[in-house]
Design a protein around this ligand. Structure first.
Ligand SMILES: [Zn+2]
Length: 1169
């Protein structure tokens, strides 16, 4: 009997407490019993646990070793993983490995000892990240493999070895070692066809096999030996016959092996060539019919999705269909992406690739000098005075205060100075003009053009506007389609005959009509007169005039109807779309079907941006996208009512697809059409979280409902099997799929990623605004910041209040107003930014008293569209030089990034004359988050968040950067304060926000991010945003600016703050972009690692369910004999499932004696009486 009866020794609590007990005494009793008083562990510094471990390693007699194992198992089974971690920290793994090697290498190992040892090792090793290395060091890896070889006939022993091998395989080198010693072959042979016997051992074999497949070498070996086919046949067999739970577990394990093996390209090829996709497709269909088998569906579908053979996009080149000749570059940029990357075919970790998350903290700037010191200006001081032309408010004398009209733009243009700068910024305009003239070479040499002339938007420009073309070819597709529709024919006739004369007369008075006078009135004009909606700040004819001057790469000659006609927000709110259960599974299934069968598959190109002569079948949908902001490159009819859509890459680039906008017609009403945008690039999307695309129906508009509406069902976004047409085979594409049921036959509809807002719309809008303001009150001036690469003028708008009089006091107040600079739409795909900007602009021009206060308090400089060329040409992210303009702020190139160069120049100028803006904000859209929020800049928060060692105590920082977000949180329903952050990331060091903050010293420098989807907090919770809410956000942003004025109290009297405070509460969202969605992990996770608890239960099952074990096992027989007595010890049987039953009983007896002797505390911590 052991000396457990010490009063000061208890079994309660943690091992740490065990350590705190009297180890010397414990050791003494142990060593006395073992007759080895010279134990090294019996020093006063070692703990009880260490004594146990040390004794274990020193290969004592079987009985005491068994008892130690038993005690350890009791201890580890009772508590949480923390106990095991503690044991590992005290060398538990090494002790067990040593014991294993000592016991296992004898000629005839003692399995009574080995079995519990292996079981304990599996349990502990599973939680020890370094177990593989430790096993190799101890020589235990190959020893265990040998033990397995000798025990292939003994299911129980084999299972124990297999679990240990599985655990060892967590290390790549150990897994390779075992693989190189034919471990895979030994184990593979242990996996039989369907049987009801030894299920534990079989599952252990498959799990060990899967674990060994964590390395490239092992996967290659398995593939080359043809095991993939074998695994498939095994799965087929087990799947067909599996009915009970244990057999199901084997199916799961087999799928796990297949997942691992298909990490490699060769594995996927073997899988496909061996009929894996068809097999899984068929088995999964059975699964779907039987509830009990449903758990296999997920894994099977993912396997199918992963293994569908890579299919190149049906394009001749991945490069954008739009190429722009860059100034100074005689030839197109060599396309490095087009070269097929042969090596990438061998990629083994393709699936894992996308799962790696950027380590946020690593990205934080912790270099205090970079955070605080301002770098030198990026240009000489002499270049700054030119920007005074953009600050007419500083020099304007307001002599015309009594007159009713604003001064002409040309009168303020003081840009006759022909500096190099000016010449450079004009390059775009001249370059484009000459290009239109037919010559592409004269990019920059000619400097004779008058700068002031080219700068003024109202001046006629040096090329033939497309106005005539627009007039003649207006809505070519509509005219043909609409004219065939009886309903439209009627409308047309009505419009033609009955348009009120007065209305026509008015139109003809419009200056914008001048160009049209010589042309006959088109059908659309008549429709407009008859049915046009009254949309605030939108005039279709003004829009058309503005669009005629817009320069695009392909030379657009057609307007998209919604942009021309205008739109109104729909009357009600639009809820986020509920996600249909298992939608992704269903879609992947349908995609797999395309691979397996040709029935009903059409695969015909019905639209090609680059081939306008393409004839499409009369009964297919018709697509079109050659208009401003349009983005659709190709449409392929897959099935009768299903189309694959390919988006055009950003101009001069072969990537950045996300934004789309196209026209679709020739539809049949009430039929669900499935659309698959198959070359999306982001790994996740709000389309998985309730977001819908937007649709505009021409028919609806003509019937008085000109709305962009959120639409689409069965929406889902997932990784697909497409790859680029030529290069970058490793690139992963994602499918956005949605289904639309059109309301009308033969309608013309438009579908878009988000509410479109074109560059022409901005120009028309600014013109309307300019006309709308009261020039006696509002100083509104639109100027050209610079020309873009394509020669489109980039507008800059100044808004402030006219002085009340020309008195010294009023003029002084005007000249000393702080500046606010707002910019937007640097990313063309973020059209929501333009709608927010529209809200801001309209509000600042309005007669609202708050707007008046703001105008009196500030001078607003707005650059609503920093990337006009990108917007025009339907790019998603970049400018025409395929650069993200919001990464160019550190040192923008005057020729390649003129809008950024001159925006920064204007900021430098304001800075140089002591008028640094009080607030700078760049409006953006966010595709992966909900709500609206701000990113700002704070040294302290960045250092705190990064865990930097820099002492921030003495660091002074004005907390004023939080004022606006805090105010917005109270004022703006869509705004979420908790989504804001103020961290300065290295990866964002060249963005507007960071550069304006660091280089200009603007404390309140922000990025305003508006969701493309909707809100998950506040009064808009669960709703998708519309243009109404986006514009409201623009208004609220203006309201929040009151918080930075000195006279806050007075100004706030205009806003009923208290009322608004109650309107919504922000929520806590310090979490990732999204909470886990039901199916989110479907396309990122493939085979979840075996959890510790699973392995434990497998191991425990091996000892508990002795019934199915073979008769030849000695330990087992004895267990059966003694089963009766085992039941007596509840304490032990509940916890100590590791040891053979024989030992458990012995342990129970021991514990019983212990109880009698000490009246102490039980294993569970209960006081024993
Ligand atoms: Zn952006």
């Amino acid at each position: 009997m052991f000396g457990y009866g010490r009063n000061n020794f208890t079994w309660t609590g943690t091992l740490r407490e065990l350590e705190g007990s009297s180890p010397t005494c414990l050791a003494k009793t142990w060593t006395e019993k073992r007759g080895r008083p010279s134990m090294t562990a019996s020093t006063s510094s070692s703990s009880g646990l260490e004594v146990l471990l040390s004794t274990l390693q020193n290969a004592g007699d079987v009985e005491s070793t068994l008892n130690i194992l038993n005690v350890l198992d009791e201890l580890l089974s009772a508590g949480t993983d923390r106990r095991i971690q503690y044991m590992i920290s005290k060398g538990g793994s090494e002790a067990l490995l040593t014991a294993l090697v000592n016991t296992g290498r004898s000629f005839s190992p003692n399995y009574t000892l080995l079995l519990p040892l292996l079981h304990l090792l599996a349990k502990v090793g599973h939680r020890d990240r370094r177990i593989g290395v430790k096993a190799e060091d101890a020589g235990a890896a190959l020893l265990t493999l040998n033990l397995l070889r000798h025990n292939v006939e003994h299911a129980r022993r084999a299972a124990a070895c297999l679990w240990v091998i599985q655990v060892f395989s967590s290390s790549v080198s150990t897994a390779n070692l075992i693989g190189a010693n034919h471990g895979l072959d030994v184990i593979y042979r242990l996996i039989p066809q369907y049987t009801t016997k030894h299920l534990h051992a079989i599952k252990a074999a498959i799990d060990a096999f899967a674990a060994l497949l964590c390395t490239k070498a092992n996967v290659c070996s398995v593939v080359s030996k043809g095991y993939v086919s074998g695994l498939l046949r095994l799965y087929e067999d087990w799947h067909a016959k599996a009915t009970q739970h244990a057999a199901m577990a084997i199916c799961h394990s087999l799928l796990r092996c297949l997942h691992k093996v298909t990490h490699s390209n060769a594995g996927r090829q073997a899988f496909v060539s061996q009929g894996g996709i068809r097999l899984l497709y068929v088995t999964t269909q059975t699964c779907l019919l039987s509830k009990g088998l449903e758990s296999l569906v997920e894994s099977s579908v993912q396997l199918m999705r992963k293994c569908l053979p890579k299919t190149p996009l049906p394009l001749t080149s991945d490069r954008s269909a739009y190429t722009f000749l860059m100034p100074g570059r005689p030839h197109d940029v060599p396309d490095i992406d087009v070269e097929p990357d042969e090596n990438s075919e061998e990629s083994d970790d393709e699936e894992a690739e996308d799962n790696k998350e950027a380590d946020f903290d690593d990205d934080l700037e912790t270099d205090l000098s970079k955070l605080r010191l301002r770098p030198d200006p990026d240009r000489p001081k002499e270049l700054l005075p030119q920007y005074n032309r953009l600050c007419p408010e500083l020099s304007h004398d307001f002599q015309d205060l009594d007159l009713s009209s604003e001064p002409e733009e040309s009168s303020t243009a003081s840009s006759s100075s022909s500096s190099d700068e000016e010449a450079a910024l004009l390059n775009g305009l001249r370059f484009h003009s000459s290009r239109r003239g037919g010559g592409r070479s004269a990019a920059s040499s000619d400097s004779s053009t008058s700068p002031s002339g080219s700068h003024s938007e109202t001046d006629p420009e040096g090329h033939t506007p497309a106005a005539a073309q627009l007039e003649a070819r207006d809505f070519h597709s509509h005219s043909s389609i609409l004219s065939t529709s009886p309903s439209f024919r009627t409308k047309d006739r009505e419009a033609r005959d009955e348009a009120p004369l007065g209305q026509r007369g008015e139109d003809e008075d419009d200056e914008e009509e001048d160009a049209d006078k010589s042309h006959h009135r088109t059908m659309i004009d008549r429709l407009l007169e008859r049915h046009g909606a009254c949309i605030l700040h939108h005039e279709p004819k003004l829009y058309r005039a503005a669009a005629a001057k817009t320069k695009s790469i392909p030379g657009f000659s057609i307007l998209a109807f919604p942009d021309f006609w205008g739109h109104l927000p729909p009357p009600g709110h639009e809820s986020m779309a509920p996600r249909k259960p298992n939608i992704q599974r269903q879609k992947v299934f349908e995609d797999a079907q395309r691979f397996l069968t040709t029935d009903g598959i059409i695969n015909q190109v019905v639209f090609d941006l680059e081939d306008s002569s393409l004839q499409c079948p009369s009964d297919s949908l018709r697509f079109f996208s050659k208009f401003e902001c349009g983005n659709l490159r190709k449409a392929v009819q897959v099935r009768r009512y299903e189309y694959d859509l390919i988006l055009n890459a950003d101009a001069n680039s072969s990537q950045h697809t996300q934004w789309f906008y196209f026209e679709v017609s020739n539809m049949v009403a009430d039929v669900p059409y499935r659309f698959n945008v198959i070359n999306c690039e982001k790994s996740n999307s709000q389309f998985n979280y309730g977001m819908q695309p937007v649709l505009y129906s021409v028919r609806e508009a003509l019937e008085g409902r000109p709305h962009w509406v959120r639409t689409g069902t069965e929406i889902c976004y997932f990784r697909n099997h497409f790859c680029p047409a030529r290069g970058r085979r490793r690139t992963t594409f994602y499918t956005l799929t949605f289904t639309i049921t059109f309301k009308h036959n033969e309608d013309v509809c438009y579908l878009a990623y988000h509410y479109p807002y074109t560059y022409s719309a901005l120009k028309a809008h600014l013109k309307v605004l300019q006309k709308s303001v009261d020039p006696a009150k509002v100083f509104f001036q639109q100027q050209v910041l610079c020309g873009t690469l394509a020669g489109n003028p980039c507008p800059v708008v100044t808004i402030t209040a006219c002085p009340a009089s020309r008195s010294w006091i009023d003029m002084h107040q005007l000249r000393n107003r702080p500046y606010i600079m707002l910019t937007g739409r640097v990313h063309p795909g973020e059209s929501n930014a333009s709608w927010v900007m529209k809200g801001t602009l309209e509000f600042l021009c309005s007669s609202d008293p708050v707007a008046q206060s703001l105008r009196e308090a500030f001078v607003f400089k707005l650059i609503p569209m920093l990337n006009p060329d990108g917007v025009v040409n339907g790019t998603n992210r970049c400018d025409l030089n395929s650069e993200d303009l919001n990464r160019q702020w550190c040192k923008p190139d005057p020729v390649l990034s003129p809008t950024i160069y001159h925006t920064k120049g204007l900021l430098y100028y304001l800075n140089s004359v002591g008028r640094t803006p009080l607030v700078f904000c760049d409006y953006h859209g966010h595709s992966r988050k909900k709500n609206v929020f701000l990113y700002g800049c704070s040294v302290k928060e960045t250092l705190w968040q990064s865990g930097s060692a820099v002492n921030t105590v003495g660091l002074k920082e004005d907390p004023g950067y939080r004022t606006i977000p805090k105010t917005l949180d109270r004022l703006a329903p869509a705004f979420s304060f908790n989504s804001c952050n103020y961290l300065v990331e290295k990866s964002r060091s060249a963005t507007a926000r960071v550069v304006v903050w660091r280089e200009m010293g603007v404390l309140r420098s922000y990025t305003l991010e508006s969701t493309h989807n909707g809100c998950d907090q506040g009064i808009y919770k669960g709703l998708q945003t519309g243009t109404r809410e986006l514009q409201e956000m623009g208004v609220k942003f203006c309201h929040s600016l009151l918080s930075v004025t000195k006279d806050v109290k007075g100004l706030y009297s205009h806003i009923d703050l208290d009322h608004n405070i109650l309107d919504h509460k922000s929520h806590n969202c310090f979490e990732d972009d999204e909470p886990p969605c039901v199916e989110e992990i479907e396309y990122s996770a493939d085979c979840p690692a075996l959890a510790g608890a699973d392995l434990d239960s497998d191991i425990n099952g091996n000892t508990a369910s002795a019934d199915e074990e073979e008769e030849g096992d000695e330990g087992c027989r004895e267990v059966k004999h003694r089963r009766g007595s085992v039941g007596q010890s509840q304490q032990s049987s509940a916890k100590g499932r590791l040891s053979p039953h024989l030992m458990r009983q012995a342990s129970a007896e021991t514990l019983g004696e212990k109880r009698n002797a000490c009246n102490a505390v039980s294993v569970n911590g209960q006081v024993m009486s």
